[in-house]
Ligand binder design. Structure first.
Ligand code: FA5
Length: 344
């Protein structure tokens, strides 16, 4: 009896010893311990053994079985570890090698200008607001004192989507939205940067461009507030020596209205190609909010007054960075844009 068990045990351990990989090991396990395995078969012969010998027989078979299980487990562990080592080896990286260069993008000049303006105005207590680019005729024109058929509408050749909807031609549309939407009818101090659209295309005009609007409404707001704010704004953006010039102009939503020129920062006002020998560059429209606009949007013009201005961000970016054609800002040519890497 002992011999039979010992024989099977030795044979089993040899098979395990010879198993060259995990698959062989699994086959050996099935052959020895599976339902039809040799150890299982040995157990089944228990009934043929005399009763008094059975405990001893059972113990010997169990010892053999446990040894087989333990040997298989050890070998299995060994093979698994070998596989892990092989994988780790194949994935080994040399951290001392120089890294491949990741090309960094750079901020678009328009975004630079927008961020600079936002930082400045936020530091003066303004909110940064936005409005829809697909705007209604009501907000883009009507509530800004530009009723249907008003001749000043012609100055902004518009992209109408339906008779009621158009791509906004000016960020001034958000003025009306804020005034009307302000339930308390209290003071307002906001800037609105955003995209605007007109049917124009040449070196200084684009069908899509960017404006930033400013609106301040409070008691006793005067031209002095407008002038002081614009001086801070322009000196900050274009340099401390920048001078401003206010020329009377016309916008239906402000009265009085102004075109504001800045002294040419290229020639310091002496006259050059950039300023067409005038020493001045036209940069924005501005004025004191028209009482009709206040009234139409729920404010009492006897109690409140305000100023507003709107400037082209593209033009500001062009002046600031010496860009000669507005279209460069929209072509996404990496050779052009990468020049701004150096400014980070
Ligand atoms: C306006 O759009 C008024 N909403 C500005 C304003 C706001 C006046 C608040 C009073 C009070 P204007 O049409 O002049 O005004 O445009 C303002 C600026 O937008 C221009 O000075 C110019 O810098 C820029 N701009 C206008 N059209 C284009 C265009 N097609 N491409 C690029 N920039 C443009």
């Amino acid at each position: 009896m002992d011999n039979r068990i010992e024989e099977i045990r030795k044979k089993a351990l040899k098979q395990i010893e010879e198993a060259k990989n995990l698959q062989n090991l699994e086959l050996a396990r099935i052959k020895l311990l599976g339902r039809k395995g040799e150890i299982t078969a040995l157990m089944k012969t228990m009934k043929d053994i005399p009763k008094e010998k059975r405990p001893e027989f059972g113990e010997l078979v169990n010892q053999a079985k446990n040894q087989i299980i333990s040997d298989i487990a050890k070998k299995e562990e060994k093979y698994k570890q070998e596989l892990i080592n092989k994988k780790l080896e194949s994935e080994r990286i040399d951290v001392t090698l120089p890294s491949s260069k990741v090309k960094r993008g750079s901020k678009h000049p328009l975004n630079r200008v927008i961020e600079e303006i936002e930082d400045l105005f936020v530091s003066m207590g303004y909110d940064v607001m936005e409005g829809p680019e697909l705007e209604t005729d009501e907000y883009n024109f009507e509530r800004l004192n530009l009723p249907q058929g008003h001749p000043a509408r012609d100055m902004q050749d518009s992209f109408y989507i339906t008779t009621e909807h158009l791509l906004r031609t000016q960020t001034s549309a958000v003025q009306a939205r804020t005034l009307l939407g302000n339930k308390e009818k209290g003071p307002i101090r906001e800037i609105v940067p955003g995209k605007t659209y007109r049917r124009e295309d040449d070196a200084t005009h684009s069908h899509q461009f960017n404006q930033v609007e400013a609106l301040v409404v409070d008691k006793d707001i005067s031209f002095a507030d407008l002038k002081g704010t614009l001086e801070i704004f322009m000196k900050h953006m274009l340099g401390e020596n920048t001078e401003l010039r206010f020329r009377p102009s016309y916008f239906p939503f402000t009265e009085p209205s102004y075109e504001v020129d800045v002294s040419c920062f290229k020639c310091n006002g002496k006259g050059c190609n950039l300023c067409k020998k005038t020493g001045w560059i036209e940069l924005l429209g501005a004025g004191i909010v028209h009482p009709n606009v206040l009234k139409m949007n729920g404010y009492d013009p006897d109690e409140y007054s305000g100023f507003a201005f709107g400037t082209g961000l593209d033009r500001l970016a062009m002046f600031k960075y010496g860009i000669t054609d507005i279209r460069l800002l929209y072509e996404n040519d990496v050779r052009f844009l990468s020049q701004f890497d150096r400014m980070d």
